[in-house]
Design a protein around this ligand. Structure first.
Ligand SMILES: Nc1nc2c(ncn2[C@@H]2O[C@H](COP(=O)(O)OP(=O)(O)OP(=O)(O)O)[C@@H](O)[C@H]2O)c(=O)[nH]1
Ligand SMILES: [Zn+2]
Length: 196
């Protein structure tokens, strides 16, 4: 396994006290973060969110996407349940990186959708690799999960990697005029299960 658990610490949030755990992806010198809540040895299949890094949505209040609201809702649902984990998967912009994502946003300002913009920049629609997520789950002895996501592809990828996703749980955020086109593209071109 190419990951190493580096350090645990307490992370108080508006929804309660989580434990933050820093992981290092050794060969890539890349850092990931896991938040756990409660006794995660209990109540398996465990409630899990794999949240892909979105600096603009998670930290800068962007309304272009649903990430910030999904992040908050995930932490709230995990705390409400009493135990669970969130993997903060540091593959910004579906793994094209922050600067390319800003280029993709500019192309979207010019009329392209999120998939067309990625293609124009020479990337596939989704460049993410979820191996590190299943490696982290296995390292933490978590093999059966209920996954918070609207993306059935994530479920398929995890199932194929030896993590049994017993249930997919919707994480629907209300559409607004700023994120409507983005969400509709995810529904129409990327197979996300979000009500129209
Ligand atoms: N390339 C690119 N990435 C984007 C764009 N908008 C958001 N992202 C990134 O998309 C990732 C989140 O992926 P989404 O497609 O929104 O959702 P998902 O993770 O597949 O599915 P959920 O589990 O339902 O959230 C984050 O890494 C964001 O930074 C965009 O316009 N272009
Ligand atoms: Zn986002």
């Amino acid at each position: 396994m190419k990951i190493k658990r580096i350090q645990d610490a307490i992370l108080p949030t508006p929804w309660g006290k989580f434990i933050i755990i820093g992981f290092e992806e050794i060969l890539k010198n890349k850092h990931h973060v896991v938040l756990t809540y409660g006794d995660i040895t209990k109540n398996h299949p465990l409630l899990v969110r794999i949240h892909s890094e979105c600096l603009t949505g998670d930290s800068l209040f962007s309304l272009r996407c649903d990430c910030g609201e999904q992040l908050k809702m995930s932490l709230m649902l995990i705390a409400k349940e009493g135990q669970g984990i969130l993997i903060y998967h540091r593959q910004e912009g579906r793994n094209i990186g922050l600067l390319n994502k800003i280029k993709a946003y500019h192309l979207q300002d010019c009329g392209l959708d999120t998939v067309e913009a990625n293609h124009k920049l020479g990337f596939s629609a989704d460049e993410r690799d979820f191996t590190v997520c299943s490696d982290i789950l296995k390292l933490m002895n978590i093999y059966k999960i209920r996954l918070l996501t609207n993306n059935p592809l994530k479920v398929k990828i995890l199932n194929n990697s030896g993590i049994h996703v017993v249930k997919r749980i919707d994480l629907i955020i209300k559409k607004n005029s700023e994120n409507e086109k983005y969400l509709n593209t995810k529904i129409n071109k990327m197979g996300h299960l979000i009500p129209n």
